[in-house]
Design a protein around this ligand. Structure first.
Ligand SMILES: [Zn+2]
Length: 313
């Protein structure tokens, strides 16, 4: 009981910090469109010999007088991070080519919290490339947040284009800070950048609608999950019985705690499903490759991953 208030506090933080707004009607309609398109096509992900693309990747390191990272080991950790991305995305057909690493020291950029003035200053100063270019920012986010990303959106405004990218805490890189020290946070956040929702969607993003109900993550082959999982539970099943089938797009089964789009520890996260791979591939072609600036300026929708309560973060 001693920890209950803390856990409740962090739970509220998770709800408040990780995609508090349910997806807009436009984003949901795009996922329904992809779902119908994928249903009409053959099931299963397109294999690497059919879909293969290399993503030009820029890493931007933000240093301040309070940045708690080892700048000596950072260059090799960044190379390891790119390897972790390539290893874990190998079966998806996506690969990552590190074009450049930039280092910026600015004591005014202590925390790159989303929707902050700092986030705007960082990204408008450093962003490189087009909508198919991955900009990975390494900086302190604050509030226990390990990382956050933006979804692709075919109606993104010029401002949203500037904010497009992935931010992760440098301590989440390989050889960082346990239990998030295998570089899987970046794998998870790039999953969002490639248009995947959490497996427990709407879950933490909409406390009134656990992931057992509603539209879920719009992926058919991920079992429904009420809320994010932490640690590495041996078995977890938060949507049972009728709840299991109340989620419109799911398959029966225990919670997908080993799916990269859940919140468990790095060592616990191992894979994407074929349905997720197909969604990333289709979104790549129709959202990122087809993007043209000048949309309607829909609200920026950040998503994020948060440190486990009591993990020491
Ligand atoms: Zn996330």
């Amino acid at each position: 009981m001693r920890f209950l208030p803390v856990l409740l506090g962090l739970s509220a933080l998770v709800s408040a910090r990780c995609g508090t707004q349910p997806p807009s009607e436009h984003v949901k309609s795009r996922h329904r469109y992809f779902l119908e398109k994928e249903d009409r096509e053959d099931s299963g992900a397109v294999t690497r010999d059919v879909f293969s693309t290399t993503i030009e990747t820029y890493v931007h390191v933000i240093l301040t007088n309070s940045t708690g990272v080892n700048t000596t080991s950072l260059p090799s950790q960044i190379l390891q991070q790119i390897d972790v991305l390539n290893d874990n995305y190998y079966d998806t057909g996506f690969s990552f080519d590190l074009v450049d690493v930039t280092y910026t020291r600015n004591n005014n950029w202590q925390q790159i919290s989303y929707q902050s003035q700092t986030e705007w200053e960082v990204k408008s100063s450093l962003r490189q490339g087009n909508y198919t270019t991955l900009n990975l920012y390494l900086g302190t986010i604050g509030g226990g947040i390990l990382g956050f990303a933006t979804f692709p959106d075919d109606l993104s405004s010029p401002r949203e284009f500037t904010l497009d990218g992935v931010v992760v805490d440098p301590n989440t890189l390989p050889n960082g800070k346990a239990p998030y020290d295998l570089g899987i946070t970046a794998v998870h956040e790039v999953g969002h950048w490639l248009n995947l929702f959490h497996t427990f969607q709407p879950g933490n993003n909409d406390p009134d609608l656990p992931g057992c109900f509603g539209h879920g993550d719009y992926i058919r082959d991920t079992p429904a999950e009420a809320f994010a999982a932490f640690g590495c539970p041996r078995v977890r099943d938060t949507c049972r019985g009728v709840n299991e089938t109340s989620n419109a797009y799911s398959v029966p089964g225990t919670d997908p705690i080993h799916n990269f789009m859940d919140y468990t520890d790095d060592r616990c996260l191992t894979h994407f499903t074929p349905g997720q791979v197909r969604r990333m591939q289709n979104s790549w072609v129709e959202e990122r490759e087809a993007y043209q600036a000048g949309g309607s300026g829909l609200p920026f929708r950040p998503v994020g991953r948060i440190a486990r309560p009591g993990s020491g973060w």
